[in-house]
Design a protein around this ligand. Structure first.
Ligand SMILES: [Fe+2]
Ligand SMILES: [Fe+2]
Length: 292
């Protein structure tokens, strides 16, 4: 499958975060809808939309149950790199935007804008830390993973794909779509079996969850693991797989989402000034080195 695609074909988007701009169009900030779009950010150009669509075409065709198992085997050994959070942030920041190097914020700025907006609202420190960490799994791109296996909406595999997932028509090309084991409402799962027993499509969310799972409280882990699961946290279309704990914890995922999407401040945060606070916060919860 992906071997037959060259690097450009498998990475259609100029910027790995272009899909998030598509999310902003799907779920606009309720406080911004009356303002002119240019006010916020001028991202609505059709060329970019085409590349995002092509990105989802690849994502929906190739994210199969078997693919997820394969990536779990490959990455959940954590034998790629040993780094502190700060080394991981620096590493993530080497991700460059092919199409638009001057305009887009770097990855650290997105993390800080998210976490600072959470902090400004007086939330607990683990929530602030979660905002600061939530996209670190995107370093998968730097391990050579294609965009469609790092970012984008996530969704359960092993059961029918919801038609509430963006561009769900593209799932018709996914081999699981016609596989009788996987194409019924429950597929391989039992009603309300709990998301812990459900395999999600592979990407930065699932990867970082496994790195953090021994260190952060449950709500933080739910946020990290399910923050791109829009067909549930926005569309509520997978309740039949969730248990009571999932339902309770998803309140935090929903609370987090606006900070992720709508926290782009007109004046970017001053990373140097904020560093002492975040150094202390990271040290409170996480070990000096982590295995990626
Ligand atoms: Fe993310
Ligand atoms: Fe994010």
């Amino acid at each position: 499958m992906k071997e037959s695609l060259d690097k450009d074909q498998s990475n259609p988007m100029g910027n790995v975060d272009d899909w998030e701009e598509n999310i902003l169009e799907r779920y606009p900030d309720p406080s911004q809808v009356k303002k002119e779009k240019e006010d916020f950010r001028n991202y609505v150009d059709s060329e970019r939309l085409d590349t995002v669509k092509e990105f989802y075409r690849l994502n929906h065709e190739y994210q199969t149950y078997d693919f997820v198992c394969f990536k779990e085997d490959e990455f959940l050994k954590f034998d790629k790199k040993e780094m502190s959070i700060w080394e991981a942030v620096d590493f993530l920041n080497t991700l460059v935007d092919d199409s638009d190097p001057d305009i887009d914020l770097d990855q650290l700025q997105h993390l800080l804008q998210t976490s600072e907006a959470i902090r400004a609202d007086g939330h607990p420190d683990w929530f602030v830390l979660t905002g600061f960490l939530h996209d670190l799994g995107k370093i998968l791109c730097l391990f050579g993973e294609p965009q469609w296996a790092v970012v984008g909406d996530t969704f359960p595999v092993g059961c029918a794909f919801s038609d509430k997932i963006v561009y769900s028509d593209f799932f018709k090309k996914n081999p699981d779509y016609t596989d009788n084991r996987y194409n019924t409402k429950y597929g391989i799962y039992k009603p309300n079996c709990g998301l812990d027993n459900v395999k999600m499509s592979w990407g930065h969310d699932e990867y970082l969850y496994h790195i953090m799972k021994d260190y952060l409280p449950d709500p933080a882990l739910y946020i990290i693991r399910y923050h791109s699961f829009y067909s549930q946290h926005r569309e509520n279309d997978y309740l039949h797989l969730m248990n009571e704990k999932d339902i309770e914890m998803f309140e935090w995922v929903k609370k987090f989402n606006p900070y992720d999407l709508y926290s782009k401040a007109p004046v970017p945060p001053d990373a140097n000034e904020l560093l002492p606070y975040y150094k202390e916060l990271v040290a409170k919860y996480l070990p000096e080195k982590l295995k990626f």
